[in-house]
Design a protein around this ligand. Structure first.
Ligand SMILES: [Zn+2]
Ligand SMILES: [Zn+2]
Length: 183
């Protein structure tokens, strides 16, 4: 859904959309497991910088929810997470800040991003918001034991044979020497 400046100049745009699995590309590390639902409103915000110059921003606010599958940060097994996020974003035309002092938008605490050309693709904004909603370290369960750092065995499924920490290779010449002395 392309939200255009042209249409926003006429009226705010209320949206309510559903995206099936895979419609929004979330990259190789995330799998969408349920319909992504979103609802919200896009509005034109004009920033007046001088009598002659104004910048047309798009304010996008709303909420989204979906279910994602990602890898456990410890054992790499799949973890399913429900995510929900509210957003309030301000999109400036790309390049609008160039050569100008930092501009403040009165009355908003919105996060600032940029749009290019005639408007903003809602799907792009949603992709970014989904990625921000993903937990940095999802774990399959509190006591996940993770993978053995030496052989890669999933320790939730059973103990591997590397019971002892791997030997520091710097000591092995000494061990060889001791072996020689003992024989
Ligand atoms: Zn795990
Ligand atoms: Zn091991």
């Amino acid at each position: 859904m392309l939200i255009t400046i042209q249409e926003l100049e006429l009226h705010p745009i209320d949206f309510e959309e559903e995206y099936g699995l895979g419609v929004i590309d979330l990259g190789p590390e995330l799998t969408q497991r349920a319909t992504l639902r979103t609802a919200g409103r896009a509005q034109l915000v004009e920033e007046h910088h001088s009598k002659r110059k104004s910048i047309k921003d798009i304010r996008l606010n709303g909420e989204l929810s979906t279910t994602l599958e990602l890898a456990c940060a410890r054992c790499l097994e799949p973890v399913v997470e429900d995510i929900a996020r509210k957003f309030d974003l301000l999109y400036r035309p790309l390049g609008a800040d160039a050569g100008q002092e930092e501009l403040s938008v009165s009355g908003t605490e919105a996060e600032i991003s940029y749009y290019q050309g005639e408007g903003l693709l809602l799907e792009d904004a949603l992709r970014e918001q989904v990625l921000l909603a993903v937990p940095l370290k999802a774990i399959c369960r509190e006591d996940c034991r993770g993978l053995c750092p030496h052989c890669g065995t999933n320790l939730n499924l059973g103990q591997c044979s590397c019971a002892e920490p791997a030997e520091d290779p710097r000591w092995s010449p000494l061990k060889d020497l001791r072996g020689k002395l003992e024989h």
